[in-house]
Design a protein around this ligand. Structure first.
Ligand code: NAD
Length: 253
């Protein structure tokens, strides 16, 4: 039986860990050729090995998404490896430091915006240009957050960046809808990844966050990955400009 991404070529940023890794593995299992990208070379190469062991096709390309030249080179590397680009998951991100709006440092603010917002815009810029050059259309999904839909207390820069990701998503969706280019985002709730583990040295904080989830548990990275694979597939052909919560009901409260 063929997968929902059979014959497609996808780029995934932040593919060396957490949500990006799980999504990369799902893309491979659904038939896509996957360019796994990250600043973490070891993690990225491990993800490639996981895809290959499961019978899929993948390569690792290092890229810091906050650097324009590196993002341009990533898309070029994808085309030179696999001849085309059909879908992309712009997922690389950082949590930054927890601090309220007054206490947030300028460096923390700037880094959050550089990776979580500018990084997504740079990816869209070069991915969409490639889709236009190919004349084939394509599908982009970026990782926003529930913090891109509702308040993120003590994470003002993160919240601003993630709201910005949803703004970029809607703008690009409208601009290129007639070119058969679809642009969506996923807005994960609390997902059990190394990012959350790092923030959760204070286990009370994690318990409080779980208690705020209507389903009463953290989500798993593959629960995001399946949503992303669907959005990137032809099954979602009429879905664009959508910022999809995958959050155990968090924003429905
Ligand atoms: P993670 O830390 O496990 O993975 C993030 C990956 O991004 C890492 O491999 C890291 O090396 C990479 N990365 C960081 N900066 C980069 C850069 N400048 N260029 C390229 N790669 C870079 O975390 P995760 O939880 O899997 O997060 C993935 C995405 O999901 C992030 O955008 C995050 O903001 C978002 N998110 C996570 C949660 C959650 O609860 N885990 C909730 C909502 C949104």
């Amino acid at each position: 039986m063929s997968g929902i991404l059979e014959g497609k070529v996808g780029v995934i940023t932040g593919g060396g860990s957490g949500i990006g890794r799980a999504t990369s593995v799902i893309f491979g299992a659904e038939g896509a050729k996957v360019v796994v990208s990250d600043v973490n070379e070891e993690g990225g190469n491990e993800t490639v090995d996981m895809i290959k062991k499961a019978g899929g096709d993948a390569v690792f390309v290092r890229c810091d998404v906050s650097q324009s030249a590196e993002v341009e080179a990533l898309i070029k590397a994808c085309v030179s490896q696999y001849g085309q680009l059909d879908c992309a998951f712009n997922n690389a991100g950082i949590s930054g430091k927890m601090a309220n709006t007054v206490m947030c440092s300028e460096a923390n603010f700037d880094r959050n915006i550089a990776v979580n917002l500018k990084g997504v815009w740079l990816c869209m810029k070069y991915e969409i240009q490639q889709f236009l050059d190919q004349g084939t259309g394509g599908s982009i999904v970026s990782t926003a957050s529930i913090a891109g839909l509702v308040a993120a207390a003590y994470a003002p820069a993160y919240g601003a960046a993630k709201h910005g990701v949803n703004g970029l998503t809607k703008s690009a969706a409208i601009e290129f809808a007639k070119k058969n280019i679809r642009v969506n985002s996923v807005c994960p709730g609390l997902i059990e990844t190394p990012m959350v583990a790092a923030a959760g040295t204070d286990s009370k904080l994690i318990d409080t966050m779980i208690a705020a989830e209507p389903v009463g548990r953290m989500g798993q990275p593959n629960e995001i990955g399946h949503a992303v694979a669907w959005l990137c597939s032809e099954k979602a052909s009429f879905v664009t400009g959508h910022c999809m919560p995958v959050d155990g009901g968090y924003v429905a409260q």
